[in-house]
Structures are given as C-alpha cells and as structure tokens.
Design a protein around this ligand. Structure first.
Ligand code: MF3
Ligand code: CO
Length: 274
C-alpha cells in the first residue's frame, strides 16, 4: 500500500467537531483574559494557575495540560528568559517582568490551546518584543489559507521576526490540534528546506492548527532546566510567545481562542497591543 500522504494524515474536522472546538477555544480565550486581568506585582504564578483551572472546570472543561506527560499544572507561565513550559510556583511577580501565560481546555472531546505575553504592572506599555511576537502570530495566521502550503506560515513568521532584529526559536514548533492536544502537522516558525516533511502540506478547509511563534531578543538557542520542563533562552535574554488555535476554511482563517468566541482573522486585525 502506498504511504499515506501528509494530507491524509492531518485531520479535517466536520461541522459538528468544529462546534465543539469553538467551545473549547472560547473557554481558553476567556480563561486567558481572566488571568490577564489578575497579572500584577505580588501575585504568584500558582495563584494565576488556580484561577485558570477553576474557570476551565466551571465551564465544564478539563485543563488540557494537567497530567500531559506528567505536567503538574493547568497553565504554563513563563517569566523573562523562560520561553515556554514554565511551571507555576509561589514566587511573586515583579513590576516590569515579561510574563507569558499558555493554557489549554479539553471540552467534549476536543482541545483548544492559546497563549499571550504581557508586562507585569504595565499592561499597556509598548514593548517592541511583544508587538513583534504578536504580529508574527497574526502574519502566520494570515497564511493559514486553503491551498497554501504549510511552509508559507513558517516563512511569514520567520521573515516578520527577523526583519525586526529578533530570532525565532527552532527547537519547538506549533502543531495540529483536535482530539489530541498535539496532532500532525508540526508547524515550525522558520523555514529550512527539507528539515520538516510537513512544510509541503497543502492546507485544506477543516484543518485545525495551533500556531505559536516563540521570539527571542538574542540567540534562538534554548535549553531545558533540570525540572525537565522549563525552556529558557540559552543566553538569558528575554523571550515572548503568542498562540492561537485557528481553523483553515474556504475563506479566511477562523480564530477559535478568543474570549468573545470564534472570529475570522479580519475581525481581529486590530489586535490588542500588550
Ligand atoms: N501550549 C503548549 C504546547 O502547545 C504547552 C503544552 S505542554 C504541557 O506545546 F505539558 F504543558 F502541556
Ligand atoms: Co500549543
């Protein structure tokens, strides 16, 4: 039998499945906004994690991350040089820190996954790193079009980030999502011909993608702490991360992980500046 093509191994979700994914996505978006509103000096990341888990459960969902490969919390919260997979703890946040919150919700058999990054104590302060990372997410989403190849997402993100003088993390990628939190395809935030077979995937309506650029001020290199989770920049410089779960449609990409519910990309073009 001929090997399955990439197109055959990436799920295309039915209308019914998309309805469930929309609920999961909205729960994720709501929870992120709840957490965002509580980020302040003196608050611990464990307190934020509890707030998130309580809300996810109140909405009839489960925290996707908790217990995933033994992960101990509902959220990943990353401060300053932590890129992703920061484990919440009892250290109080301090004004001026860069803090990222990443979480997932599992509702009626389907997952949503999203993240944002902001500055503690100065939520409206312009920070070029945060604007660049959120912008990179949006230009990536803009390429999530039926008929495009997946590498167009990767290239758009890399070009946007590098043109602004930052680097994209290469050791971690975005991913397909649905019945599992991590499904094919892998979605790298850079393009290097031949490195990922999924680059050549032709996107089709119904594919659900978690796009998540991780952007560093200094080197792209990252390393994992002894806890086996915490991913940091190798040079100790700052990093930021934004993520949405999106659906490829016949028309423009649909963003699922918004507090207001699913919206097409063009409705979100005035994205929030953090
Ligand atoms: N959102 C992240 C991802 O897509 C974090 C999940 S790792 C977990 O990979 F262990 F915390 F679940
Ligand atoms: Co993810």
């Amino acid at each position: 039998m001929a090997p399955r093509t990439r197109e055959q191994y990436v799920a295309r979700r039915s209308k019914d499945e998309l309805e469930k994914l929309k609920v999961a996505g909205q729960i994720v978006g709501e929870t992120l906004e709840l957490v965002r509103a509580q980020i302040a000096p003196g608050v611990t990341t464990l307190e934020l994690d509890k707030l998130a888990e309580d809300h996810i459960r109140e909405r009839g969902a489960l925290p996707s991350f908790k217990g995933y490969r033994g992960y101990p919390a509902a959220t990943c919260i990353q401060v300053n040089d932590v890129v992703v997979h920061g484990i919440p703890d009892d250290t109080p946040l301090e004004a001026g820190q860069i803090v990222g919150v990443d979480l997932g919700a599992y509702y009626d058999g389907y997952h949503g996954d999203a993240a944002f990054t902001t500055i503690v104590g100065q939520p409206d302060k312009h920070h070029r790193l945060l604007d660049t990372t959120q912008g990179a997410l949006m230009v990536g989403i803009a390429q999530a079009l039926a008929g495009n190849r997946l590498k167009q997402i990767s290239k758009a993100i890399q070009e946007y980030v590098e043109s602004r003088g930052y680097s994209v993390v290469r050791q971690l990628t975005g991913h397909g999502i649905g019945q599992q939190m991590h499904e094919p395809p892998q979605i790298p935030n850079f393009y290097s011909a031949g490195e990922f077979t999924d680059y050549e995937l032709v996107l089709e309506p119904g594919m659900v993608l978690a796009i998540e650029p991780m952007v560093n001020v200094g080197t792209a290199q990252v390393q994992v702490d002894e806890d086996g989770w915490t991913v940091r920049t190798a040079d100790g410089e700052l990093s930021a991360h934004f993520e949405h779960t999106v659906v490829v449609t016949d028309d423009e990409p649909l963003i699922l992980t918004l507090a207001q519910g699913a919206r097409p990309l063009s409705d979100v073009s005035e994205y929030r500046r953090t």
